[in-house]
Design a protein around this ligand. Structure first.
Ligand SMILES: [Zn+2]
Length: 234
């Protein structure tokens, strides 16, 4: 009978005649522990962290599941290249705000708004594992302490180089600045294009998603908020 027992109910099964691609990873490898999902299915994928061979093995499996031959010339190095790329796209997991802010907070009696706008942002949508990219605009009103300007971009980098949703990314940036500087207020606006919208589904080429988080006086005082929004638009 087709599908064979045990495979019923699985979507995307090919009919008789077309061999089922070997979706399971080619080999068992040593690793700290299988991830919970695979353990539950009695499989042997090793979830051995971003530096281990598990990620490349998983991409090898992805290629097989797509019906591709991972051994054809063009794909020979693809699993390890894709793994290296994904490691880079998610390097924010291995960095902390404390590392970045070390020695970059200065006492300063500056009480005017500080704005850095158009910070490039590249992130990965956690729902589809495809990129969303755009710009981040940050403003804060200092309270005796300021941050080295390049560090704002580094904070964006730490949180965007993870699997993300844009709303959470926006808030995490604002909260990190608030915790580091205890400023009078912080505003963060993120404008991004999501490849999961552009390349699939509604295919809206030019749609942008805008999210904002306003804390402190940026939330409470409409004039401060307006000043910030006007300055990032100019
Ligand atoms: Zn998505």
């Amino acid at each position: 009978p087709w599908p064979p027992r045990g495979l019923r109910g699985t979507r995307g099964i090919r009919g008789p005649g077309a061999p089922l691609p070997p979706c399971l990873p080619p080999q068992e490898g040593p690793g700290p522990r299988p991830c919970a999902m695979e353990r539950g299915r009695g499989r042997s994928v090793q979830h051995n962290g971003p530096g281990g061979p598990g990620l490349a093995a998983a991409y090898d499996s992805v290629l097989r599941c797509l019906g591709e031959d991972p051994n054809r010339q063009g794909l020979l190095g693809t699993p390890s290249r894709a793994a290296a790329a994904m490691r880079f796209f998610t390097k924010g997991y291995r960095e902390t705000i404390a590392d970045v802010l070390n020695d970059a907070i200065f006492d300063e009696d500056h009480d005017e708004m500080v704005i850095v706008k158009d910070i490039d942002m590249f992130s990965i949508c956690e729902h589809h594992l495809v990129p969303f990219i755009g710009k981040v605009h940050i403003g804060y009103l200092p309270n005796k302490q300021v941050l080295g300007l390049s560090k704002l971009a580094r904070i964006v980098e730490i949180y965007s180089r993870r699997l993300q949703v844009q709303e959470r990314l926006t808030k995490q940036i604002a909260v990190a600045i608030t915790e580091a500087l205890k400023p009078a207020g912080v505003g963060v606006v993120v404008e991004a294009t999501h490849m999961c919208m552009v390349m699939r589904g509604v295919q809206k080429m030019n749609s942008k998603t805008v999210t904002s988080t306003m804390l402190g006086v940026f939330r409470e005082d409409p004039k401060t908020r307006e000043e910030f929004l006007t300055l990032i638009r100019s």
